[in-house]
Design a protein around this ligand. Structure first.
Ligand code: KIV
Length: 281
């Protein structure tokens, strides 16, 4: 029987120089595909607000939505390292709220770790959650929940002063007890520096080479239509495949060529005559 990937396994991969492959997933079938494809980690990102629910951003996403989707992902990928993403206002209010909500992910969805956005400003939250025995992944650089303050979904750390702030966030996250760090949308020079000064594995989404990479599944399979960030590589065009399939279906239904003989259930032999007689009486 396959064994679930652990934090220890991820550290071993980093130490052996093996890249960690990480993807978001929001539902059961995608999680099954991810496990079959050989992913190491899955993030049930609050990006589900945009990718699944069609919101403009991640701010409206609730804890209950994150839990339901994390449960589905865990059922689909029993052996991957699954990470629950703390949605807006699930940890900003207090250390106590942060611990309770992080704990929900473990108790209700059996995730392996939680991720939260921010560096210096959330250090006490990371410390409190870690002290409760929960594995925390920090997320710095572009942090979508505070994109309003950052002036939109923009790359971070592009000037020397801004890069220094990103490094300070990285150091604060590690010092507070996070066991992995995700860096989003910063230049590779800044990520390389962070990697050189941190002891924990550093993963990247749009932040250049690192100990591993994360992409949003809806972007990389070509499903999410609103926009595609610069750092995304599209590996498929699921939107095109789905639209073409649906258009074919519409054509078949209108032309009465679906359903065809092979899609019908057959009556048990001899039952058709009996049925017709029965209906006459
Ligand atoms: O919600 C998410 O998918 C994320 C990634 C953008 C890192 O947090």
């Amino acid at each position: 029987m396959a064994k679930r990937k652990s934090l220890f396994d991820l550290y071993k991969m980093r130490d052996a120089g093996e890249q960690i492959a990480w993807l978001t997933a929001y539902d059961f079938p995608t999680a099954q595909f991810a496990e079959a494809a050989g992913l190491d980690m899955l993030l049930v990102g609050d990006s589900l607000g945009m990718c699944i629910y069609g919101y403009n951003g991640t701010v409206p996403v609730t804890m209950d939505q994150c839990i339901v989707h994390s449960e589905a992902v865990r059922r689909g990928a029993p052996n991957l390292f699954v990470v629950g993403d703390m949605p807006f206002l699930s940890y900003q209010t207090s250390d106590a709220d942060a611990v309770l909500n992080a704990g929900r992910f473990l108790k209700e969805a059996d995730v392996d770790a939680i991720k939260l956005e921010g560096g210096v400003r959330v250090a006490s939250r990371i410390k409190a959650i870690t002290e409760a025995g929960i594995v925390v992944i920090g997320h710095i650089g572009l942090t979508p929940q505070s994109s309003g303050q950052l002036g939109g979904h923009k790359a971070q750390g592009r000037t020397a002063d801004a890069a220094k702030l990103v490094v300070e966030d990285a150091l604060a996250v590690e010092k507070a007890g996070a066991r992995l760090l995700l860096v989003e949308a910063v230049p590779p020079e800044v990520t390389a520096y962070i990697k050189s000064v941190l002891g924990i594995p550093v993963l990247s989404i749009g932040a250049g080479p690192c100990d591993g990479q994360l992409l949003i599944v809806s972007d990389m399979i070509g499903e999410f239509q609103a926009f595609t960030p610069k750092f995304v590589k599209k590996y498929a065009n699921v939107a095109e495949v789905s639209i073409n399939a649906m258009a074919e279906y519409v054509k078949d239904v209108k032309a009465r060529s679906f359903p065809a003989e092979e899609h019908f259930y057959k009556m048990i032999a001899g039952e058709e005559d009996k049925f017709l007689k029965l209906m006459k009486n």
